[in-house]
Design a protein around this ligand. Sequence first.
Ligand code: SAH
Ligand code: SF4
Length: 405
Amino acid sequence: MNVTAPTGASQRPLSLSDLSANQLAARVSDLGAESYRVTQILDGAWRSVATSWSGVTTLGKPLQERLANEIRFSAFDEIERQEAEDGATTKLLLTLSDGAKVEAVLMRSPADPRRGSGPRATVCVSSQAGCAVGCPFCATGELGFTRNLSAGEIQDQVRVARQILRTEDRELTNVVYMGMGEPLQNIDAVFASIDGLTDPARGGIGQRRITVSTSGVVPGIERLAKQRPQITLAVSLHAARNPLRDLLVPLNRKWPVEAVISAADSHSRATGRRTTYEVTMIDGINDRAEDSAALASLLRGSGAHVNLIPMNAVAHTPWQESKPERIEQIANQLRAAGLTVTVRRNRGREAGAACGQLAAEKAGAPTPIAVARRRELLVAASAAALQGQRTAQPIAPSGPLGGEA
Ligand code: SAH
Ligand code: SF4
């Protein structure tokens, strides 16, 4: 059978979750096994806590051994687990078959009777190892880009989360593509992973319980609206005006604020779903009076939901999170403009990460000189952006893959 590995992935056998239902059926038949084995395999992978073929006892030893030679049971060679926030958050550092490392975060919250919602468990998954967008407040952006994840590598992050929850007698309720990477720059694998995760044989999560977060890849937002209209769209806005958004989200030079908002509005009209805008709150950078006024007037009347996220400190920036009182003022200003607003406490902060920080730590810190130089560049660039000047070039990362050190 001709199944190719994703570009850049190792030449080792494909993992189970990289096979579609038809591909898996063909492999099972190639091995001379009966077709009902496919159901046993998927049940073993998605409805048990087995971590290897030998744990799928229904298959019997000879078939377990044949499968182990042909197909990797998991996409991960190693899983490192860190608990935080009294067990409410589990951070997973996952080593892929070529040694690349990505993170997934599992977040549990209790039932909220006031809202009529039951207990929730959300897994935040990575779509790429590193990220090419390079937002200067983001630890993943600082790492630079390593490679796209395959659909199976994305799905297996959810599988590991489900297995952890099973041991606690809890159910997974939501999946968010908000870990490392820009999902809409790896859109084919992201869509294939959504198709896998919504397959009843592989957990069968409802499409409406899945959120894809993007830094503003306009053609990707258009494809999402057309091809996966049930998925919730989250847009990382961070600033309402172009000079500042150029600095905070370098992709803004290609798709500026107006283009992103217009694509999100079309998505919302076409799908009937409300857009969520994420704004990482950075002290003195995007929380000034003129910034919040511009944000309120940009989104007024859109019916959107705005999520204000205090910035997690990262080593390579001189920036800090906004003051809690200032975030509350901005939240009220946005509410007065008719928006629904939530203020997010950063899950995973105790374990050392919001977005890629754990993997950044493992990749080795950039040299102090590189960090100091980048901080200087950011101070100069933010001074220009705050005065409304647009610059042509983004600032290159100083991280281990950035090559500046
Ligand atoms: N690349 C996508 C999804 C992954 S990032 C995107 O940018 O939307 C997920 C969210 O984490 C984004 O809203 C991003 O802005 C936010 N984030 C990244 N670094 C952060 C930090 N240091 N503190 C707080 N939020 C951060
Ligand atoms: Fe990439 Fe998102 Fe981080 Fe920006 S915030 S560098 S798009 S992961």
